[in-house]
Design a protein around this ligand. Structure first.
Ligand code: FRU
Length: 539
């Protein structure tokens, strides 16, 4: 959200904030009741994606793995289904698939709302917050001070820290907050992502500062010094930079280590509104130095996108996933600030994407970050379906063949379009009202498309379904692989083994119940067509 550019949202938020502060007594367990009242059977409710039981959510926050649990904190407003004074709500999971809601973890206070941030395990108790020889969890978040903002100050975003010694169940705010004071002269100074840099033996935090990122370093998570900055002259700049992430990763199949800098921005995404770009390079303990070939790809004004759909934003990765696992796992917010506050749900609003594993590959075109669905998602597979390879000259209707509804399903398709053909092929969902959603590949344009222009309710926003969303294809393989997850209100496409992603919402007036595999403009070989009904995750 661009708070400074969107005055309507801001005014409403400030009014709600004042009202909230005046009339709402806080109780330590307020999150619990609101988190337990949803039925999870409402229209459009995601059945295998995380969503809050009730009320508003945006960015995932504080993602850290500790003692067998993946923690997910998230931007939450317990008193409404639109954005308001931000809290960190909390859920835990053993597998990133099945989630347990916990009480709200961090409440706003006199220093401000609790905006996005991250959490780490302080293994060596550098902070001194730990007790009984156990490492504390330490979270860093942005204090967004609305009073200071209204008073016309520019230093109203500062970073606070809090710690937990009981596996994230309760959090104590540091008495010296704000731990990292805004001396930047920028009003946008937020969304700290903490990382331990083993080479420079220090904590590093990356912050989003308007049109660039800043790196700060610390020996103990409490005292911070400025290290460097990156990004004013590279990458997409159609909006304000938000929610960065910085992590090292091995190039697949090699021992080579690279650093990835993820930068979310809003607006300016590839199909409009919010989007997530990334850079490949190195971090030298002070600065991020982009790989020279990668830098050429992303001159100022051009982004390399982690996801080309409209509905993946604010994604960052889990900290402290054990090295014997070794994966870098990301979760995004499955929405877009263009319409997140007015999508047609009322009990709750918004959900996360599926968890994704980041894989850095050295391709013919240079380094590229691939995303693959986390393998734990295979647990969701119920009834399987498979059909023999065939040539597709007209659509194949699978509705009666699969024996299950596609509204909650996973598909693995392989198409081989003839070289030089104009074929458009893919998968189509529809319902009794003839609302349809299509996702697939256009051979003539060498691009993927997601078409929700006739997929149900889009009256709430003229930016939701005003055009077909597209993504270029990077793979040069003859076989086009589509791996797609459909939930009640979303599609996630992992194409070409994760080289291209598209995450897209839709709101059919009744669940999609029919499914077709289609090819238009010529024959195409369908080398694989496999699907699964997926289980729901809520009891
Ligand atoms: C991104 C964002 C962050 C901010 C939070 C406020 O969606 O705007 O920059 O911390 O949301 O809720």
């Amino acid at each position: 959200m661009i708070i400074n550019k969107n005055s309507v949202v801001l005014t409403v938020a400030v009014m709600l904030g004042i009202l909230y502060a005046c009339v709402t007594p806080r109780s330590a367990n307020q999150g619990t009741s609101s988190q337990q009242s949803g039925s999870y059977r409402e229209q459009h409710r995601p059945q295998f994606h995380f969503s809050p039981a009730t009320q508003w959510m945006n960015d995932p926050n504080g993602m850290v793995f500790y003692d067998g649990e993946y923690h997910l904190f998230y931007q939450f407003y317990p008193d409404s289904n639109v954005w308001g004074p931000m809290h960190w709500a909390h859920a835990v999971s053993k597998d990133m698939v099945y989630w347990e809601h916990l009480p709200i973890a961090i409440y706003p206070d006199s220093l401000g709302y609790i905006f996005s941030g991250s959490a780490v395990v302080d293994w060596n108790n550098t902070s001194g917050f730990g007790i009984n020889g156990k490492p504390p969890l330490v979270a860093m978040f942005t204090y967004h001070n609305v009073k200071a903002e209204k008073a016309g100050r520019s230093d109203y975003e500062n970073q606070g820290i809090a710690y937990s010694n009981d596996r994230g169940r309760t959090w104590i705010k540091y008495s010296g907050n704000p731990a990292l004071v805004n001396t930047s002269n920028h009003k946008d100074f937020r969304d700290p992502k903490l990382v331990w840099d083993d080479d420079s033996k220090q904590w590093v935090v990356v912050l989003a500062v308007g049109d660039h990122t800043e790196f700060w370093g610390s020996p103990n998570l409490k005292k911070w010094r400025y290290l460097g900055e990156f990004g004013k002259e590279l990458g997409a700049h159609g909006g304000v930079w938000e929610c960065p992430d910085l992590f090292s990763i091995k190039v697949a199949g090699t021992g080579e280590k690279k650093w990835i800098l993820i930068v979310n921005l809003n607006p300016g995404g590839p199909n409009g509104g919010s989007g997530t770009q990334y850079f490949v390079g190195n971090f030298d303990g002070k600065q991020f130095i982009p790989d020279p070939n990668f830098a050429q790809l992303v001159p100022k004004g051009k982004g390399m996108w982690l996801d080309w759909g409209k509905d993946n934003y604010a994604g960052v990765t889990w900290s402290d996933v054990p090295s014997k696992d070794g994966r870098r796992l990301l979760l995004g917010w499955m929405s877009n600030w263009e319409y997140a506050q007015i999508v047609p749900t009322t009990v709750w609003r918004n959900a996360t994407t599926l968890p994704r594993e980041m894989v850095l590959k050295q391709t013919q075109d240079g380094y590229r970050l691939y995303s693959q669905p986390a393998r734990e998602l295979e647990k969701l597979r119920a009834t399987p379906f498979q059909m023999p390879a065939t040539t597709l000259s007209e659509p194949i209707n699978l509705t009666d063949k699969t024996g299950f509804s596609p509204a909650q399903s996973e598909w693995m398709l392989e198409f081989i379009p003839p070289v030089g053909s104009n074929v458009r092929c893919g998968i189509e969902l529809s319902n009794e009202k003839n609302e349809t959603y299509r996702i697939g590949f256009d051979a003539a344009k060498n691009q993927f498309f997601s078409d929700r222009t006739n997929a149900g309710n889009h009256a709430f926003s003229d930016k939701f379904a005003n055009n077909v969303h597209i993504s270029p294809r990077f793979s040069k393989d003859n076989t086009v692989r589509l791996h797609v997850f459909f939930d009640a209100a979303s599609a996630e496409l992992f194409a070409d083994d994760g080289a291209t992603l598209m995450t897209e919402l839709y709101f059919p007036s009744t669940n999609f119940s029919r499914i077709k595999i289609f090819a238009e403009g010529g024959d195409v070989s369908l080398a694989k067509c496999q699907g699964y009904l997926l289980k729901r995750i809520w009891k």
